[in-house]
Design a protein around this ligand. Structure first.
Ligand SMILES: NC(=O)c1ccc[n+]([C@@H]2O[C@H](COP(=O)([O-])OP(=O)(O)OC[C@H]3O[C@@H](n4cnc5c(N)ncnc54)[C@H](OP(=O)(O)O)[C@@H]3O)[C@@H](O)[C@H]2O)c1
Length: 325
């Protein structure tokens, strides 16, 4: 039986619960594709699953909601062996074993062919990060070049990607961070952020004389009330992420929380949104150097626990990527 290395979690807990084990290489059925994984990004949702907060996830499980690599087998013929591909979501790492492995088996209909010669450490960073940033900005927030856009959570990897995409689209972009150190400002400026705002919980007060057209909310319910006060009338606030670890709004009174004529929307990327994401266009922009993508740290599969520890400590400043070789 052919085997592979995979990071398995057998019970919820800290990063040390992720153990590299030997598992059989999955066998793809018709309509599926077996990917030889080259690189994958680490996501906050995997951190929540690791901690046991993802409803319905059964342990043991190979985590990983995304992967990039080359096609090993595709019985239905949708892809050729050796073709570069990316996949994300669709139950990966939650309902079935995901990308933290040398091989992963996913639906061909949830896989994009990639045309790029970029290093795997960059390619592995992009599927979920760019899907989330691009989908939030265009599908949910409907940004236009004249928009002033605020990214609440400007140093998150999704926030940095969103800032870069919005800037390329012609928007004025501001980003928030809790930290007043220069490194946090620098990382945002590198992604095209025009204005750095220190987030003390009361950003609305700081921007009251020059509000925004659109706010991408990545900190979550902890800051949402304040973000809703940061936009002009007919402005849009999009709830995309929760890094603030608070999942509900206490005593939510919509009449009081949502200002007149302000739109509150949300974004949650699934297989449809992943397949809609123009990954090859975005990869071309990265190749040309017009879309800065920030990889914070790169690890090997054997060091998966360290990769999670880095995310636990918010120490990456950019996307955390894991290489399988
Ligand atoms: N909706 C979707 O489809 C979708 C898909 C993917 C990801 N997401 C979400 O997008 C968000 C960003 O993900 P990511 O992987 O890009 O995050 P990340 O890179 O791990 O974010 C790290 C940054 O978040 C900030 N942060 C961490 N804890 C915080 C807290 N308690 N309060 C305020 N700020 C805090 C810190 O910035 P400072 O120290 O500079 O303040 C830190 O540097 C997550 O909530 C994730 O779940 C959503």
């Amino acid at each position: 039986m052919a085997t592979m290395k995979a990071a398995v979690i057998r019970e919820p807990g800290g990063p040390e619960k992720l153990k590299v084990e030997t598992l059989p290489i999955p066998t793809p059925n018709d309509g599926e594709v077996l990917i030889r994984v080259k690189a994958f990004g680490i996501n906050r949702s995997e951190l929540f699953t690791r901690q046991g907060h993802s409803p319905g996830v059964q342990f043991p499980r190979v985590l990983g909601i995304e992967a990039t690599g080359v096609v090993e087998k595709c019985p239905g013929g949708q892809f050729k062996a050796g073709q570069k591909v990316a996949t994300a979501m669709g139950g990966m790492g939650r309902d079935f074993n995901g990308g933290y492995a040398e091989y992963t088996c996913v639906k061909a209909s949830n896989t994009q062919a990639l045309e790029t010669d970029l290093d795997w450490s960059i390619v592995g960073a992009v599927p979920e990060m760019l899907q989330t940033a691009h989908g939030s900005l265009f599908k949910a927030m409907q940004i236009t070049p004249k928009d002033r856009v605020l990214v609440r959570g400007g140093t998150t990897s999704v926030g940095l990607a969103a800032a870069a995409i919005a800037k390329n689209h012609g928007c004025f972009v501001a980003g928030t961070t809790r930290s007043s150190n220069q490194a946090s400002a620098d990382v945002m400026r590198k992604s095209g952020v025009d204005q750095v705002i220190i987030d003390d919980g009361n950003v609305a007060e700081k921007v009251k004389n020059e509000k925004f057209d659109k706010v991408l909310e990545l900190i979550g319910t902890a800051t949402l009330r304040d973000s809703l006060q940061c936009v002009v009338q007919h402005g849009i606030v999009c709830m995309t992420g929760i890094v603030g670890n608070k999942w509900t709004i206490d005593d939510f009174n919509p009449m009081e929380v949502i200002p007149p004529a302000v739109y509150l929307t949300g974004y949650s990327g699934g297989p449809t949104e992943f397949m809609e994401t123009p990954l090859n266009d975005l990869l071309k922009q990265i190749e040309k150097g017009t879309l800065p993508v920030q990889v914070g740290k790169v690890y090997k599969l054997d060091d998966i626990a360290q990769a999670h520890e880095t995310m636990d400590k918010n120490a990456a400043r950019g996307k955390i990527v894991v290489l399988t070789e």
